[in-house]
Design a protein around this ligand. Structure first.
Ligand SMILES: [Zn+2]
Length: 235
C-alpha cells in the first residue's frame, strides 16, 4: 500500500500531510477493544497512545469513596493519553473503552520520536490537546447550566460523531454515570429523545435516527466542542 494513500481511520492522523504518513501503518498496531476494557491506569507509565478508529474511550476520575465520574471521551477526532504530547510520562487518569471498536496503538517511543522529528506532527497533537482542554471547560459550563435532556442529546450526538457509526451499545446506567445524574433521569431523557424522533433506544442499543433533530435538541456545547476539534485539524 502506498503511504501517501494510507488512511488510518483516525481523523487526527489522517489530517497529517503526506510526508508524515510515511510508514504510519507500520507504527500503528490495530487493537480491537471490548466495552469496559481498560486502556490506561492512573499512575502507570505511559507505554503507548491510542488513536481510536471506531471505538469510544472514556477518561474517568476515581473519587476516594470509590465513585467513578467521566471527565472526557475520546473517539476518532483525537487520541488517548494526549498529555504525552505535553511530556507526561505517566497516566493522570484512568481510561477504558466505552463503545467497542478499533484503535490504532502507537508505542510511546514511536510517538515521542515523531513529536521530536516532525514540527507538523507535534503541532497537530498539541492542537488536539487544546481542543480537549476547551471541551473540558465547555462541559463544566454544560453540567452547571444545561438540562439533562440537552446534555443527553449532546452526549449521543458527540458519540455518534466520534465512533462514526449510527448504532452503538450504551446502557442507561453508563449514560447516567457519564452525565452525573440519576438513572431515572436518563431513562426519562432517552424516552423523550425517542418520542421526538431523534433516536431509537432498545435493550441498551442506541440507534441514531435523525441527526438534525438530535443536534437541534442538544445544547450549544455540542457545536462548540465539535468546532474546536475541527479547528484542531488545521496546521
Ligand atoms: Zn451544554
Amino acid at each position: 500500500m502506498s503511504a501517501v494513500f494510507y488512511s488510518s481511520g483516525n481523523r487526527l492522523l489522517d489530517a497529517l500531510p503526506a510526508c508524515d504518513m510515511v510508514n504510519l501503518e507500520h507504527d500503528l498496531t490495530i487493537v480491537p477493544l471490548k466495552a469496559h476494557q481498560s486502556t490506561h491506569s492512573i499512575g502507570r507509565a505511559i507505554t503507548y497512545v491510542d488513536f481510536p478508529i471506531d471505538a469510544l474511550v472514556s477518561v474517568v476520575a476515581l473519587l476516594m469513596n470509590g465513585d467513578t465520574v467521566e471527565v472526557g471521551t475520546v473517539g476518532r477526532e483525537s487520541f488517548v493519553e494526549s498529555e504525552a504530547a505535553l511530556g507526561s510520562l505517566s497516566s493522570s487518569r484512568t481510561s477504558f473503552c466505552q463503545v467497542q471498536g478499533l484503535v490504532g496503538r502507537m508505542s510511546i517511543e514511536c510517538f515521542v520520536g515523531r513529536m521530536d522529528t516532525s514540527v507538523t506532527f507535534a503541532r497537530l497533537m498539541r492542537s488536539s490537546v487544546r481542543a480537549t482542554l476547551f471541551s473540558s471547560q465547555q462541559f463544566t459550563v454544560c453540567n452547571a447550566m444545561h438540562s439533562v435532556l440537552e446534555r443527553c442529546a449532546r452526549w449521543i450526538a458527540m458519540t455518534a460523531d466520534r465512533v462514526g457509526k449510527p448504532q452503538f451499545s450504551l446502557t442507561h446506567e453508563f449514560l447516567a454515570i457519564m452525565l452525573g445524574v440519576r438513572r431515572a433521569s436518563v431513562t426519562e431523557a432517552a424516552d423523550q429523545l425517542h418520542q421526538m424522533g431523534a433516536i431509537d433506544y432498545s435493550r441498551g442499543v442506541v440507534t441514531f435516527v435523525d441527526a438534525v433533530v438530535l443536534e437541534g435538541i442538544a445544547c450549544e456545547c455540542y457545536k462548540a466542542s465539535k468546532e474546536a476539534f475541527v479547528a484542531s485539524l488545521i496546521y
